[in-house]
Design a binder for this molecule. Structure first.
Ligand SMILES: Cc1ncc(COP(=O)(O)O)c(C=O)c1O
Length: 402
């Protein structure tokens, strides 16, 4: 039976297609045609999870206590490890009982925070371009999105002064993320001070996504929202182990900050899941306790790739920013071609997968995002393919039907 007489909920029907889901289809088609794809589309780290973390997980797997339902709040061992890590990195003191909640990857936490806080019609401020969960969570919850358009002219920082008072007055939540995906922008500490003052003035909940907390170069140290005095009263911050520790498949992150927000997110989640597999929590705690030398190695790996690809692309005539953080490049499309068309052109002519900027919102139009998730020898092939394909000559029509 087809069930075509029962429609899914409008909240699902009305969601635009997820950019990575669409890319997956196109990649599958290209592979079927025998193309040797070089996939720099997703922010999916290519290295293994550190050995010490894998070993801690294996040992934990042998303990039958870990086979039972975990605690909703997360294990105290993991929560303490998070508090210690926070204090070490940012000199911020967190109460493991009230201000910390493990989440099943920060995407899950960010999206469920929207369900915990947004009623239909609530006005939510979301930068564009931005990480999809920052606007998809509010859309699923029935929120009304007010896009904060980012631009190169303002170094991709949110222009707080451009937000009309009547919008700020109505707004309930502001999502933001620096170091930024997809633009790779970083924000000075002064910006964090300004956004905290703005949120306090207009009584807005600040949700900061510090996904790229450790992926920074050239001595730059990203700021945590919670370093700013008064931030804990109006904000929460999300972290992930996916990127720094190559643990994307483990699904582990955490929310920290305002105790009421943490508590309400936990209440929502007690209705949806049973917490995080204890083995994963033990592994994650081990990761947070790794010596700094591990972090330095990771940073060095991505820095080399960044230097290699930025130089290679620039030599080929691309306009690309040299990022101080994240593991992406944010590159301008040639004039007169949309980001989707350019990404399709790249896939078609070179077999290289990048993400079209408009998949991150209308503010990403005119750019593509390239993930530094391959070694330099593979990135050299990318440059070779680009060099041979005469990409900036877009007078040849794109293949149709793609
Ligand atoms: C800004 C940002 N937040 C969250 C995530 C998702 O992280 P997780 O794997 O913890 O769900 C990503 C992944 O690309 C991201 O770029």
């Amino acid at each position: 039976m087809s069930l075509d007489w029962i429609n899914p909920a409008r909240r699902l029907q009305e969601l635009p297609l997820y950019v990575f889901a669409r890319l997956d289809q196109l990649k599958a088609e290209a592979r079927d045609r025998g193309v040797d794809l070089i996939d720099l589309g997703m922010g999916n780290p290519d290295g293994p999870t550190p050995q010490a973390v894998v070993e801690a997980a294996i040992a934990a797997l042998h303990d039958p206590d870990n086979h039972r339902y975990p605690d909703f709040k997360g294990s105290i061992y993991f929560r303490r490890a998070i508090a210690e890590w926070y204090h070490r990195r940012y000199q911020v003191v967190l109460d493991p009982e009230a201000e910390i909640l493990p989440v099943l990857g920060s995407k899950e936490g960010l999206t469920h925070l929207a369900l915990a806080y947004i009623d239909p019609g609530d006005l939510i401020l979301v930068p564009s371009p931005g990480y999809p969960a920052h606007f998809r969570g509010p859309l699923i919850a029935g929120g009304q999105i007010h896009e904060l358009m980012l631009s190169a002219h303002n170094d991709w920082l949110i222009d707080l002064a451009a937000i009309p008072d009547r919008v700020a007055e109505r707004a309930k939540i502001l999502y933001f993320n620096y170091p930024n995906n997809p633009t790779t922008a970083t924000a000075p500490r002064q910006f964090f001070e300004e956004i905290v003052a703005f949120a306090r003035r207009w009584e807005i909940l600040l949700v900061h996504d510090l996904c790229y907390a450790e992926l920074a170069f050239d001595g730059y140290q990203p700021t945590s929202l919670l370093e700013i005095p008064g931030a804990k009263e109006i904000g929460v911050e999300f972290h992930t182990l996916s990127k720094t520790y190559n643990m994307a498949g483990w699904r582990v992150g955490f929310a920290v900050g305002n105790d009421r927000v943490v508590s309400n997110l936990r209440t929502l989640k007690t209705n949806l899941d049973y917490g995080m597999f204890s083995v994963v929590q033990t592994a994650a705690a081990t990761a947070l306790q790794l010596p700094d030398v591990y972090i330095h190695e990771v940073q060095e790996r991505y820095r080399k790739r960044r230097d290699f690809l930025v130089k290679g692309l620039t030599d080929l005539g691309w306009k690309v920013k040299n990022p101080q953080a994240t593991f992406y490049l944010w590159a301008e499309c040639p004039p007169g071609i949309s980001s989707t068309e350019f990404a399709l052109l790249l896939l078609d002519r070179t077999g290289v997968v990048v993400t079209p900027g408009n998949g991150f919102g209308t503010g990403g139009e005119g750019y593509v995002r390239i993930s530094l998730i391959a070694e330099c020898d593979r990135l050299a092939q990318v440059l070779e393919r680009f060099a041979q394909s005469n990409l900036f000559d877009t007078s040849t029509p794109l293949l149709s039907g793609k």
